[in-house]
Design a protein around this ligand. Structure first.
Ligand SMILES: Cc1cc2nc3c(=O)[nH]c(=O)nc-3n(C[C@H](O)[C@H](O)[C@H](O)COP(=O)(O)OP(=O)(O)OC[C@H]3O[C@@H](n4cnc5c(N)ncnc54)[C@H](O)[C@@H]3O)c2cc1C
Length: 201
């Protein structure tokens, strides 16, 4: 595998870094939310939004008048981050407290999807990601809604992943015998019981 470009080379704790697309894709696919950083008209900003990966492309969508989508559609530099938290890591010293996580950083420039077929496919993929089969279990976007919606695509080619797993780092000397609890508190996101919307009558 070619060495990663300078921008995605992990300098801090490089042993936690990954550039395998399978590792990156798995994190991107599991996460329901990403954060997109860019320099907008009022300066740097990072905004959360939903995303879906289709092959080598990350798709996002939103209102055609969204400030973020309008700015990104101009082809400016952007950085997308995705974070999954797996556990809280408690150590005997404050210094060694941490979190177990899987995260991804993507650099790139977005382009607007104008092709109707690709746009509809991306919008369906966004819904399918949340619930497989759901795009066929609701009315698809009509022409007015399609015009009101922007879809952007950004390549996943320039991306890195970073993963921390396992227990707290072993503490040295007297610290290893301090009378404090140390270990992992796993964190999981689960779906609750469905709550039906009120019948319109
Ligand atoms: C949930 C969570 C909590 C964290 N808490 C802390 C904290 O409290 N303090 C702290 O210093 N750091 C924390 N980190 C790690 C942080 O994201 C950075 O990796 C770290 O601060 C090193 O930053 P740097 O600028 O030296 O990175 P560098 O190693 O210089 O970054 C170079 C390149 O490596 C890649 N890279 C760096 N970090 C990540 C990442 N997290 N995911 C994917 N690619 C990456 C990017 O492509 C980046 O451009 C946390 C990460 C997560 C996900």
């Amino acid at each position: 595998m070619p060495s990663p470009p300078e921008r995605t080379r992990l300098r801090r704790k490089p042993g936690r870094g990954h550039h395998d697309r399978s590792v990156i894709d798995a994190i991107v696919d599991e996460a329901l939310v990403c954060h997109i950083a860019f320099v907008g008209p009022h300066g740097p900003i990072a905004l959360p939004t939903t995303h879906v990966r289709v092959g080598d492309e990350l798709y996002i969508h939103g209102s055609a008048v969204s400030g973020m989508l309008t700015a990104l559609a101009d082809g400016i530099d952007a950085c997308v981050t995705i974070t999954l938290i797996d556990a809280l890591v408690f150590a005997r010293t404050a210094f060694h407290h941490s979190m177990n996580y899987r995260s991804v950083v993507v650099f790139g420039r977005a382009t607007r999807v104008d092709d109707r077929v690709t746009k509809l496919a991306a919008l369906a993929a966004l819904i399918e990601k949340v619930e497989p089969g759901r795009s066929a279990a609701c009315r698809p976007p009509n022409d007015k809604e399609l015009v009101a919606t922007s879809v952007l695509t950004l390549s996943l080619v320039e991306a890195s992943a970073k993963i921390r797993s396992g227990p707290p780092l072993a503490e040295d000397g007297d610290d290893a015998h301090l009378p404090y609890w140390a270990g992992l508190i796993p964190l999981v996101t689960t779906r609750g019981a469905p709550s039906p919307a009120r019948d319109p009558g």
